[in-house]
Ligand binder design. Structure first.
Ligand code: F0G
Length: 432
């Protein structure tokens, strides 16, 4: 049977009360306050037919199949047609370096590098779907709260779609490059004199009362796009699933998206065995890890404190969805210190790969879980690097240039006069 999109139906469903909303309903959440899921009728095909179709599209260089999100459109937004707005995005590499596996103390660690997306993070995967959905709804403006990456991504996609765009960022707590992107792409940028959690609460209220379309990962169409990180990596592994998927966790959109992707990949016959998810939080911003430790009996909220700006979040919005993802995949939630994050980042950077601090939490998390006996040395592990090395450059420069005591992997620059003799002496020292 052929796989066709046109005849397939999708709708939104509240994960708390089960109420159904239409596919084009713009409400950010159910009237009961619950988060929404997008549900698709199962594809009319076997798993192997679906795999064949998806594999055939890998050599299609025409949009939208050339996008690493829209190649999977049957599993993401089957009803989308001409309104698809793509950069394109996705098609990010799987990378392996012996030095990183060695540091993390596993035989083989594979890295899925989402920093290779057009605006420098995985957010572009969710945003292409979110903005496509916005075009079908035609709101007065799109909006988000952000610690940086979401703002840059939404600003870029809204610019491409010519939809007015509002981004709310915590004043003084956003990386310079990300603020620069939001401004350059033309977003109306509000510097809120408060933290990320307040920015999100404010924009959530604006979505309910002012008719703007919310494009944080509360929005279930963002989650649909982010599922393709998992579909794409499974495809790159020839549909042979790893034992573990390890991901940094802040607002919990990715943890939620990974759980949903794996559930659907099993239900639709793409894979037969479900990898376990490991979500990694920074010790100073770990409300989800706290809940995991008490069997998710209590939802915690903390005042977040970590150098990793992207996961500096104290009240994660996708909590309920993420609990489901961890339960369904027999997953775990762990924490790592800022020192471990910085050391992991230095190891990733010096291998010639590079990532932002929050992303390095996944690799630091692998090492922690191996040490704790949760991940076995011989297990196949994929860790996701969520963002680009040029995020938080102030932190990077301080680590290498000025931090005292000198951190273990610091690469101090050397000041010289414009003099060949001095340069020659540096070269000599390199060889000894
Ligand atoms: N990694 C990066 C690079 C991020 O930008 C974010 C979130 C996360 C991890 C956390 O992912 O929320 O799915 O658990 N950044 C948001 C932002 C908050 O505004 O850009 P999550």
């Amino acid at each position: 049977m052929s796989v066709t999109s046109e005849s397939r139906r999708s709708w939104q469903c509240c994960i708390a009360c089960g109420d159904r909303l239409g596919e084009l309903d713009p409400r950010p959440r159910c009237d009961c306050g619950g988060l929404l899921d997008v549900i698709h009728a199962a594809p009319p095909s076997t798993g192997s037919e679906l795999r064949q179709l998806l594999d055939a599209r890998r050599t299609d260089f025409q949009a939208p199949a050339s996008s690493g999100v829209w190649r999977f459109r049957d599993l993401v937004l089957p009803s989308a047609g001409l309104e698809v707005l793509s950069h394109p995005e996705g098609n990010t590499p799987l990378l392996e370096r012996e030095s990183i596996s060695h540091w993390a103390k596993v035989a083989r660690l594979v890295l899925k590098h989402e920093g290779h997306n057009p605006t420098g993070s995985f957010k572009d995967r969710g945003m292409t779907v979110g903005i496509t959905q916005a075009r079908r709804i035609d709101p007065r403006a799109v909006a988000c709260a952000s610690t940086g990456n979401t703002a840059a991504s939404l600003a870029a996609y809204a610019a491409q779609a010519a939809i007015p765009c509002l981004v709310l960022v915590p004043q003084g707590q956003i990386a310079g490059g990300k603020l620069a992107q939001a401004l350059a792409y033309g977003a109306t940028t509000l510097l809120v004199r408060d933290g990320f959690d307040r920015c999100l609460a404010l924009i959530d209220q604006a979505a309910a009362e002012l008719g703007v379309y919310l494009l944080n990962s509360i929005n279930p169409f963002r989650i649909e796009g982010q599922k393709t990180i998992v579909f794409e990596l499974l495809q790159q592994l020839a549909w042979s699933p790893p034992d573990w998927l390890v991901v940094p966790a802040g607002n919990l959109g990715n943890t939620a998206a990974f759980g949903k992707a794996l559930e659907e990949a099993i239900a639709w016959g793409l894979i037969e065995r479900r990898p376990r998810i490991a979500s990694v939080q920074a010790e100073g911003a770990a409300p989800f890890a706290q809940s995991f430790r008490d069997g998710f009996a209590t939802r915690h909220e903390v005042v977040p404190d970590t150098i990793a700006s992207a996961i500096r979040i104290g009240n994660p919005a996708s909590y309920d969805r993420a609990v489901r993802a961890i339960r369904d995949t027999d997953g775990v939630v762990t924490t790592v210190s800022d020192e471990e994050i910085l050391e992991a980042k230095a190891v990733i950077d010096v291998a010639g790969i590079g990532c932002e601090p929050a992303s390095a939490a996944s690799v630091a998390g692998v090492r922690r879980l191996v040490r704790d006996g949760v991940i076995g040395f011989d297990q196949r592990v994929v860790a996701v690097l969520t963002g680009h090395i040029l995020k938080d450059p102030e932190l990077l420069l301080a680590y290498h240039q000025t931090s005292e005591p000198v951190p273990p992997k610091a690469n101090r620059p050397i000041e010289i006069d414009g003099d060949l003799g001095q340069l020659a002496r540096v070269l000599q020292r390199l060889e000894t």
